[in-house]
Design a protein around this ligand. Structure first.
Ligand SMILES: Nc1nc2c(ncn2[C@@H]2O[C@H](COP(=O)(O)OP(=O)(O)OP(=O)(O)O)[C@@H](O)[C@H]2O)c(=O)[nH]1
Length: 80
């Protein structure tokens, strides 16, 4: 499952037509004990260029209604 999303994301990140686009990555289901941690997501190969400000990782839980609004607020600054 992780490899599928990583492959999709790698494709987007290496797409030259999206070079100036910001990416919001939502780390889902953090209310569950087996959810990936922010460190796992952030330091995974492929997300390393997120340190340049191209993208940001936000952890969220739909069940607890947390995390995603901060992510979408961050992303909204790039929408004009
Ligand atoms: N506990 C928990 N369940 C969630 C959360 N977000 C979604 N779900 C549940 O996970 C199931 C799959 O939901 P989605 O995230 O829409 O589906 P998906 O991305 O295709 O599949 P996943 O691989 O399960 O993420 C549904 O039953 C949701 O209710 C969350 O933050 N916490």
């Amino acid at each position: 499952m992780w490899s599928i999303s990583k492959k999709e994301l790698d494709g987007l990140l290496s797409d030259e037509s999206l070079a100036n686009v910001s990416f919001l990555v939502l780390g889902k289901k953090i209310d569950l004990p087996y959810a990936a941690s922010k460190e796992e997501l952030r330091y995974h190969p492929g997300l390393t260029n997120f340190t340049t400000g191209k993208g940001k990782v936000f952890m969220c839980s739909i069940v607890r209604k947390m995390g995603y609004s901060e992510g979408f607020k961050w992303l909204s600054q790039y929408i004009d």
